[in-house]
Design a binder for this molecule. Sequence first.
Ligand code: NDP
Length: 277
Amino acid sequence: MTDQYAVIGNPIGHTKSPLIHRLFAKETGQDITYTGMEAPTEPADAFAATVRRFIAAGGRGMNVTAPFKLQAFAIADERSERAALAGAVNAMKFENGRIIAENFDGVGLVRDIEVNLNQPLAGKRVLVLGAGGAVRGALLPFIAARPAELVVANRHVPKAEAVVAQVASSSRLIACGYRELETMGQFDLVVNATSASLTGQLPPVAPSVFSPRGAAYELAYGKGLTPFLRLARNAGVQGVADGVGMLVEQAAEAFEWWRGVRPRTQAVIDRLTVPLK
Ligand code: NDP
């Protein structure tokens, strides 16, 4: 029987994951189906019941998107270190009725930055804006890339402090608010991992954080030049990118985890890219 996979969320109509995984399956010759599945948000156990039905029908794995990443964490039987640190899950594998949980968002982000955008992070000064789920998921992969310094800035500073306090690192790790950034000089990479761009807003970041020789990365995707990327461009930054590469790279990580074969990603990224203008 053809192996079944799905992405589960609510709403799910916007998802690019079925297209991405179908392109991967075609390229690697894997016989799978991959569909979008909307689970009800009520009652409280509706998500778990939907996942259990999928497993009972022979499902092999699922991606998880909003608002279910925390519930997926809660129902898992085994969690990777990355998923445990994030407290959130974006991919599940089903083996003998057990739910094995992962979080590939951060690895996908770091791979997009280092490999696709050719911006190695070792020895660099990196600034991450935001301290939500995406940042919790990205922290270990960022640290593994050995930047000289990793600064996590958030409006609500205790949240940034709590995120940073969870990990040990050989890099200098700092949590702070936006005001403190004004005296911290330029960063080689500034990552907007806030959700501000989803509503066309700009996090209150000073233009002085950008280095014209550095790069700026926006986690949101498909929105063209967001206020954050425009600020970076106006500060002279040439290397600007949005999160479409992260989306495709985290999907490739999940595909390889499920199928044991690594799909090529660049053609898929090109296909999904909305020009930054
Ligand atoms: P969360 O809701 O967990 O966290 C949101 C964060 O954004 C918080 O730190 C919040 O700060 C901050 N924030 C929201 N609005 C503003 C604002 N106007 N100014 C400054 N800070 C603000 O979101 P996630 O971490 O899950 O997602 C963050 C972004 O990453 C979203 O745009 C999401 O779409 C994107 N994403 C992209 C992926 C990809 O594959 N490309 C994958 C996952 C996420 P505070 O705590 O102070 O409220």
